[in-house]
Write a protein that binds this ligand. Structure first.
Ligand code: SF4
Ligand code: SF4
Length: 206
C-alpha cells in the first residue's frame, strides 16, 4: 500500500492512501486462450497468438509431440520499400475453431484445471512469450488489455506483473526493426457472418 502526502491549498496535510492492486487471474477464467479478436479491423480477420520467428519451430515441434496440427500464419512483415516482399518479424498461431477462436494448446477436453481453475495450457512451461506477457500491452505506463476479465473487474494492477513486463520487453526487442515499410497479414478467418468483409494476405500498414 502506498502512502502519498498531499498538501492542500490551506496547507493542511492529509495522507492519501492508494491501494496497490496485485494482478492475478480471475478464478475459472481462460478467456484469453479462447476468444480471439478482429485486429486492427474486421478486414484483417481474427488474429492468432503472436509467435516470434524463433518460436515458430518450437510450436510446430510441440504440436507434433501432441499429435495435433496447428495453423501458423504470418502477422507482421517489414521491407525496405513497398515493392519488396516483406520479411516476417512476427507470426500468429490461429485458433482451432472455424471462427478463429480457441488456442490449439488449450486443454478443453480433459477435466484438468489450471492453478486458478480455468482450462489449462498443455504447454504452459513452453508457452509463447506473448502468452507470458498477457494482459500487459504497455509497460510504461503499465497498461493492461481491457478485454481481460481481471481488467474488467479491477481496471489495472501495480503489482505481480514483473514477469509480464520482462516478456513484453523481449518481444519489443525481437521485433525492433530499422526497415521503414511495415506490412500486416490479413488472416481470412472470422465469424461466418463477417466473412464477406474479411481479407487474406499482406496489406501495407498506414
Ligand atoms: S489473463 Fe485475464 S482473461 Fe486471461 S485467464 Fe487471466 S483473468 Fe482471464
Ligand atoms: S499457448 Fe497456452 S497460454 Fe498461450 S493461448 Fe494457448 S493455451 Fe493459452
Amino acid at each position: 500500500m502506498l502512502k502519498k502526502i498531499v498538501k492542500t491549498q490551506r496547507n493542511f496535510i492529509i495522507v492519501k492512501q492508494k491501494l496497490c492492486v496485485e494482478f492475478k487471474c480471475v478464478p475459472d477464467c481462460a478467456q484469453c486462450c479462447i476468444e480471439r479478436e478482429y485486429y486492427p479491423s474486421k478486414k484483417f480477420g481474427k488474429i492468432g497468438i503472436l509467435i516470434l520467428p524463433k518460436e515458430k519451430e518450437k510450436m510446430e515441434k510441440l504440436a507434433k509431440e501432441y499429435d495435433m496440427s496447428i495453423n501458423i500464419l504470418p502477422r507482421i512483415g517489414v521491407s525496405e520499400n513497398k515493392n519488396e516482399k516483406p520479411t516476417i518479424i512476427a507470426y500468429q498461431m490461429m485458433g482451432v475453431d472455424t471462427d478463429g477462436n480457441t488456442c490449439p494448446f488449450l486443454d478443453t477436453k480433459t477435466k484438468n484445471k489450471s492453478p486458478h481453475g480455468g482450462y489449462p495450457c498443455k504447454i504452459y512451461q513452453d508457452r509463447p512469450l506473448a502468452c507470458m506477457t498477457y494482459p500487459l500491452i504497455q509497460n510504461n505506463p503499465i497498461t493492461l488489455d481491457e478485454k481481460c476479465k481481471f481488467c474488467k473487474e479491477y481496471g489495472t494492477a501495480e503489482e505481480n506483473l514483473q514477469s509480464e513486463i520482462e516478456s513484453l520487453v523481449k518481444i519489443k526487442t525481437e521485433m525492433n526493426t530499422s526497415m521503414p515499410v511495415v506490412w500486416r497479414y490479413a488472416t481470412g478467418i472470422g465469424e461466418e457472418r463477417d466473412l464477406k468483409k474479411i481479407k487474406k494476405g499482406w496489406f501495407l500498414e498506414k
